[in-house]
Design a protein around this ligand. Sequence first.
Ligand SMILES: [Zn+2]
Length: 89
Amino acid sequence: MKKTARITHRFFCTNCGREGLPLARKTGHQHQKGHLKNLYCPWCKAEYNHWECHDDEEVANFKEFYRMDVIHHELSDYVLRRPRQRKVN
Ligand SMILES: [Zn+2]
């Protein structure tokens, strides 16, 4: 059975590690794993990159990464580097 409805993806703040606001996404449009999105975090009261989770397994992965501080070291690096090198014309 194929779902035609939108599914809700969960987003976790890379700053505080808590769950932020969920977003509805169209099914069939799969993003790559570890997709980051700049969203408003209700806990930090500011915009931070959020880690997109498609299922419970990814949520568990995120929590593990966050606990090990992988998110802060590698992803903030990745996030900070990107806008500098790539100029949007
Ligand atoms: Zn936060």
